[in-house]
Design a protein around this ligand. Structure first.
Ligand SMILES: C[S@@+](CC[C@H](N)C(=O)[O-])C[C@H]1O[C@@H](n2cnc3c(N)ncnc32)[C@H](O)[C@@H]1O
Length: 203
């Protein structure tokens, strides 16, 4: 079996995110996770929220590691990863009633983030919920000096990366039938933003 990739960070931030998902996904049934990374979050969340069928996904190169976590978890409500790139993915319409993603919007280019919202708008059922965890800018400002430094370090690594303005994400949401209903403050200057699909989307 492939060895399991490990992220200390995902291990640490998982419990606080889980408490948000307990509420936000309380009446959901099928969840798509975009950018599952190592797969650790999926194991934590599917293990605690047994009413959910949790579908992992990521770029092809990460799928083997995620599969290793899925297999060793033995969880029957956790699905092996889909190879899913938000830039090219086509999913059947209105299939999921929840979507989760963590730490993706500052890693993907802004164009990819817009495509992620379009994909989510198409694949969520009406009243479906999208929870996005990560650092965000709000009202043209970073919420901490450390997030400002993090943004600069991302830009130095790749000029397409960077912490996104929540207002820009809201615009992407609006274009795709998604209205933000909450912004939870989380440890370490992160947030969980929650959008709900209130309008149908024509494919
Ligand atoms: C910082 S990691 C976060 C991983 C995990 N969600 C976590 O919080 O530990 C960013 C993830 O986004 C994924 N990603 C980047 N570009 C993507 C794209 N175009 N489509 C889908 N996933 C993408 C990466 O492969 C990676 O797993």
């Amino acid at each position: 079996m492939t060895s399991k990739p490990f992220s200390e960070y995902a291990e640490r931030n998982g419990p606080a995110i889980l408490e948000v998902l307990r509420d936000e996904f309380s009446s959901a049934t099928r969840v798509l996770e975009i950018g599952s990374g190592t797969g650790q979050h999926a194991v934590q969340f599917a293990g605690a929220l047994k009413h959910l069928q949790w579908q992992t996904s990521d770029l092809d190169e990460n799928c083997e590691g995620i599969s290793a976590w899925v297999q060793s978890s033995g969880l029957s409500n956790l699905m092996p990863p889909l190879a899913l790139d938000v830039r090219t993915a086509r999913l059947p319409g209105a299939t999921y009633d929840a979507v989760f993603s963590a730490n993706t919007s500052h890693i993907m280019s802004l164009d990819s983030v817009e495509r992620m919202f379009a994909l989510i708008g198409r694949t969520l059922k009406l009243d479906g919920v999208f929870c996005l965890y990560g650092p965000f800018r709000q009202a043209d400002a970073f919420n901490s000096p450390s997030n400002g430094r993090f943004h600069e370090s991302l830009r130095a690594r790749d000029s397409a990366m960077g912490i996104r303005d929540i207002e820009v994400l809201d615009e992407f949401g609006t274009k795709n039938g998604l209205t933000r209903r909450r912004l939870y403050a989380m440890p370490a200057n992160n947030h969980v933003a929650v959008w709900v699909k209130l309008s149908p989307i024509s494919d």
